[in-house]
Design a protein around this ligand. Structure first.
Ligand code: SAH
Length: 233
């Protein structure tokens, strides 16, 4: 795979300019030269092969050699998750991007202890584009604003095959998760777990409790285990 660069306003043909972080990566990290060929993507499916025409200290000029559009996946994987502490959320976002999760909805639940600031979410969107560059993904994962449990339940559950991850002996394990639908949504609770009321609210809206086995997993482990199951079944 050629080196890839994210350019939101990528044209289909003609000239393109890389600036800021992407230019820094190309010029100072990879030490590219005029004539080198790279791949550009706009995060909504447009992908181009481009040749570097000139390099400056802070920007790079390129000529597009050819471009094509890639359709988004017909299947949507939505992960609504309480936010883990520290850099575990960055890690979750990076891995979810690699695994093909379509959207992440950070949740504010009764027992949540982390409520990321808007600026933190903005920074995490750079983690998304970096993971797309590295993994060859051409549609950005959508990292949404933080949503309360009741807003999430009312807005998202029912339309997709819907699950609430909840440890316990009576819940079913992940098999044939898609239930014939083209989108799937998983809710993952905070380290203190969902309250009984939160579980009842989600189940009342059609979410099925789902178990990942007898051990208690960290938020990010549960989120990624479910994303991997959904991507492969
Ligand atoms: N102390 C809590 C566990 C919280 S773990 C309790 O006993 O309920 C954080 C979240 O990860 C949980 O709310 C759940 O959504 C998910 N999770 C962790 N382990 C799981 C398991 N074995 N099965 C299903 N979901 C799990």
């Amino acid at each position: 795979m050629p080196n890839r660069f994210y350019l939101a306003n990528l044209p289909e043909s003609g000239a393109a300019v890389l600036e800021d972080l992407e230019a820094h990566h190309l010029i100072h990290v990879l030490r590219a030269s005029p004539g080198d060929i790279v791949e550009l993507f706009n995060g909504t499916g447009l992908v181009a092969s481009a040749q570097i025409t000139s390099l400056h200290n802070r920007d790079a000029q390129l000529q597009i050699l050819g471009s094509h559009r890639e359709d988004p996946s017909p299947r949507q994987i939505i992960v609504a998750t309480a936010v883990p502490k520290g850099d575990r959320f960055d890690w979750l976002i990076e891995k979810a991007t690699e695994l093909g999760v379509t959207r992440i909805i950070p949740l504010r639940t009764a027992r949540s202890v982390v409520d990321p600031r808007v600026s933190k979410l903005e920074k995490l969107r750079q983690t998304v584009s970096a993971a797309c560059k590295q993994s060859g993904r051409n549609h950005l994962l959508e990292l949404e604003s933080t949503t309360t449990w009741s807003d999430f339940v009312n807005r998202e559950l029912g339309q997709s095959a819907s699950y609430i991850a909840h440890p316990g002996p009576t819940t079913r394990s992940p098999s044939s998760l898609w239930d014939g639908k083209s989108s799937i949504v998983f809710a993952i609770g905070p380290e203190g777990g969902f309250t009984d009321e939160e579980v009842e609210l989600a189940v009342g809206r059609g979410a099925k409790p789902i178990s990942l086995g007898p051990r208690i997993l960290r938020i990010e482990t549960a989120a990624l285990a479910l994303a991997a199951c959904a991507g492969n079944c």
